[in-house]
Design a protein around this ligand. Structure first.
Ligand code: ATP
Length: 271
């Protein structure tokens, strides 16, 4: 049985101009431990798929199962990083991360929770900005705060909607590496980890082909909308975790890049 099972997902938005069918017949099975990227033209419905798996959006048709249980709403085992950051405006950067760490690890001491928050704010380069509120920091910094918050609680399933989109190239690759590290820590025997086993399954929406190849086991290419569905699924036949420089020197890297470019640009966008 697949860990995540999307069965015949369809999504229709009622609009003033009539019903707008975003997704039709999306079927996808994801195993525990997989890293899957969703790629496709702007507006085809990638975020909608992610929102349905997060439970924040309801599918019009079809069902999603996680570990055999039907998803009917959000849950702590699924962490999200959305494009709009969703930080609480009245809390500082530190407070935004601490709040979720406190909620998810109620049995840890204050010192342990402080340590987690400090670690992840340092990783994303925001420690010295920890006292600022969201309206006092840039878009890229908000994105990094949202990443710190999601990574810090190590949800089993991480749902990432263009998480590194607003970041400069260097920060982007640092955080991609941190995501790789986060997944490596799965199965840790750290005594304090008893509430959580760590992040082992990721679905990420991205527009960046290199990022998709570097991080993913499989890349799901969506058709152009409306009524978008899965066009094809491309496997990345290289063992994870990968070394960025080694990977780009392998012939398979350019073959995959070419294949993805053909899928994405071989057919014109619908909009
Ligand atoms: N609440 C809504 N009501 C009506 N239409 C909507 C609503 N939310 C999204 N849409 C439409 O659904 C389509 C898919 O949106 P979605 O954000 O899932 O696309 P996407 O592939 O993630 O886009 P991008 O890559 O640009 O982020 C778009 O055409 C969008 O305009």
């Amino acid at each position: 049985m697949a860990y995540l099972d999307l069965q015949n997902i369809g999504k229709v938005y009622p609009t003033k101009q009539g019903d707008f069918e975003v997704l039709r017949n999306v079927d996808l099975l994801i195993d525990r431990g997989e890293f899957v990227s969703l790629i496709g033209h702007s507006g085809c419905g990638k975020s909608t798929v992610l929102n349905i798996v997060s439970g924040l959006e309801k599918a019009t048709t079809g069902k999603v199962f996680l570990d055999g249980k039907r998803i009917t709403g959000p849950g702590p085992e699924r962490g999200v990083v959305f494009q709009n950051y969703s930080l609480l405006p009245w809390l500082t950067v530190w407070g935004n991360v601490y709040e979720v760490v406190d909620a998810v690890f109620p049995k840890r001491t204050k010192a342990e929770k402080d340590e987690i928050v400090e670690h992840f704010l340092t990783v994303v380069g925001l420690w010295k900005h920890r006292h600022k509120r969201p309206d006092e920091i840039s878009g890229g910094m908000k994105q990094r705060a949202a990443i710190a918050r999601a990574f810090a609680v190590k949800p089993q399933v991480l749902l990432l909607d263009e998480p590194f989109g607003a970041l400069d190239a260097l920060t982007r690759s640092t955080l991609q590496d941190e995501l790789v590290n986060l997944m490596k820590s799965t199965g840790t025997t750290d005594e304090r980890e008893f509430e959580h086993i760590g992040t082992d399954t990721v679905i990420m929406v991205t527009h960046d082909i290199d990022e998709a190849i570097f991080l993913s086991d499989r890349i799901v290419v969506m058709t152009n909308g409306p009524s978008a569905t899965i066009d094809t699924i491309i496997k990345v036949p290289v063992k994870r975790p990968r070394d960025r420089r080694e990977l780009i020197n392998q012939p398979v890297y350019n073959e995959l890049k070419q294949e993805l470019l053909e899928y994405l640009h071989g057919t014109p966008a619908a909009h």
